[in-house]
Design a protein around this ligand. Structure first.
Ligand code: UD1
Ligand code: CA
Length: 488
């Protein structure tokens, strides 16, 4: 029997008013992915023939997000939120006729995993159930639909809290809202669901009782992992689920051989890839498509987004995005790598250095206090402390090229477009406006001039003038003493 569902329907038409946000609830993110992104990802893991998302509130935002995330998703618009049953009906209307298994999930339940959905579908298929519901037992079940079972323990109905008797409310087993249905049973039963309940809505949960009354088999999969059933309604829940997701992500990486010194201050997106023997020091956030190779040490205190870090590199107190850091290279402390930074093998981008669209070749170093924009620095070159790559003339950006093994002096300005040749050198404070040929020393500062006594005359009476006077006096007396020494 085929285990792959014909369709997964993700419900996401709700308003999410308790988030108090201009952004739709399902677009809020944890672990580097929107809530809806997590739901779609888990659903895709089942490899369904069709995947539908039901949208309603703020649908422009949600639809744009879905199209960008997964163009294969069928978007079904539910104009008015008339209940979960109605939402599923809207989705089925939008899909070609389906048979087999239809799975229903929610767009705001981000920790639900493909593994749990697979268990649900497998149980549903193997037991030949008409309906299988994912349930869990909560210490405090308030707000949720309660699972009602007969004396044999078979599920007979789901009753919403608002429609429940006191006795039913005492039931701790709740409806997660996640179901597997036989498509034909679902469609037929939805045709018979009414709006006759406390909320005046068309409840998907009513399908359970209808199927049972028709003599069909209804089953349940009960999970002890409460987090997988928890939906986000408030910002507080968003933070709690975000932190639990992160805890799970870090546990998985630690099991795979990654050192995480302080899991409470380390945040890793679900999309990040780490190798065994990576070390994450306290205060590290890794986002997006960031990958870190074996032996690399990240942190303390780094935020890296879409950064590739190769073997044995060290990255300390650094903010970086869309950049690549070569094997054995060293970055920071206090470096800012902006998009397009590529640091070669054993290269260095050091303290208080900002880079942008800069290729720093193998073994090249920019150790201190510099801005490197739109640049190409050759193998083994060394850039002096406090150098500015002046790439912007106020209208256009230009490139600077520094050749292999060039050694430039401190406090230089490279006025782009300009090229410093292989093995060339520059003096301290040089402003390079013309290309420097290979092997040439460029010096642009004038010869040092002295205006003697200027401070004594122009800053008379200041501590500086007094210090200068004292130094001159003592020089004078030393000279006098020397001249008074009797000659041998
Ligand atoms: C629902 C279940 C309840 C279950 C709980 C689990 C029903 C009748 N009740 O209650 O048994 O314990 O979820 O969280 O099914 N949605 C739509 N269109 C609608 C209504 C809802 O798309 O017309 C979507 C929402 O965006 C949300 C999900 O369905 O993602 C659940 O809706 P919500 O209003 O939160 O249902 P609950 O009342 O919490
Ligand atoms: Ca809810």
């Amino acid at each position: 029997m085929r285990q792959t569902p014909s369709a997964v329907v993700v419900l996401a038409a709700g308003a999410g008013t308790r988030m108090k946000s201009a952004t739709n609830k399902v677009l809020h993110r944890i672990g580097g992915r929107s809530l809806l992104g997590h739901a779609i990802h888990a659903a895709r893991g089942l490899e369904p023939v069709h995947l539908a998302v039901v949208v309603g509130n703020q649908r422009e935002q949600v639809v744009a997000h879905v199209e960008q995330l997964d163009p294969g998703v069928v978007v079904a618009v539910q104009e008015e939120q008339q209940g979960t049953g109605h939402a599923v009906l809207v989705a089925l209307d939008q899909l070609p006729p389906v048979d087999g298994t239809v799975v229903v999930t929610y767009g705001d339940v981000p920790l639900l995993s493909t593994a749990t959905l697979t268990t649900l579908v497998e149980t549903h298929t193997q037991r030949r159930n008409a309906v299988t519901v994912l349930t869990t037992r909560l210490p405090d079940p308030s707000g949720y639909g309660r699972i009602l079972r007969d004396s044999e323990g078979a599920v007979t109905a789901i009753v919403e809290e608002k429609d429940a008797t006191d006795e039913q409310r005492a039931v701790r087993e709740i409806n997660s809202g996640i179901f597997a249905f036989d498509a034909a049973v679902l469609r037929e039963a939805l045709g018979r669901v009414d709006f006759d309940n406390a909320q005046g809505e068309m409840y998907l949960t009513d399908v359970v009782a209808i199927a049972r009354r028709d003599g069909r088999q209804v089953g349940a999969v009960t999970t002890s992992d409460l987090w997988q059933c928890e939906g986000v309604n408030t910002r507080s829940q968003l933070a709690r689920l975000g932190s639990e997701l992160n805890r799970r992500t870090l546990e998985a990486w630690m099991a795979a051989g990654v050192e995480v010194v302080d899991p409470t201050s380390t945040w890793v997106d679900v999309t990040v890839v780490l190798a065994p023997d990576v070390s994450l020091r306290p205060g590290v956030q890794l986002h997006g498509s960031t990958t870190v190779a074996s032996g690399a040490v990240i942190g303390p205190d780094c935020t890296l987004t879409d950064v590739v870090v190769e073997e044995d590199a060290s990255v300390v107190r650094t903010q970086g995005s869309q950049s690549a850091i070569g094997a054995g290279a060293s970055v920071g402390p206090f470096a800012y790598l902006r998009p397009g930074t590529v640091l070669g093998v054993r290269g260095k981008i050091g303290t208080f250095v900002e880079t942008k669209n800069a290729q720093v070749a193998d073994g090249a170093k920019v150790p201190h206090l510099s801005y490197v924009g739109d640049a190409e620095i050759g193998e083994g070159a060394n850039i002096g402390a406090g150098t500015i790559f002046a790439n912007y003339d106020g209208v256009h950006k230009h490139r600077t090229k520094v050749g292999r093994q060039a050694k430039t002096g401190s406090h230089n300005t490279f006025v782009a477009p300009v090229e410093i040749g292989d093995g060339a050198a520059t003096g301290g404070g040089t402003v390079v406006r013309r290309d420097v040929p290979p092997g040439t020393l460029a010096v642009s500062t004038g010869a040092q001039r002295h205006i003697e006594g200027w401070v004594l005359r122009k800053r008379e009476g200041t501590p500086s003038a007094q210090a200068a006077q004292a130094a001159l006096d003592s020089e004078q007396s030393t000279a006098t003493a020397a001249s008074e020494e009797p000659e041998a």
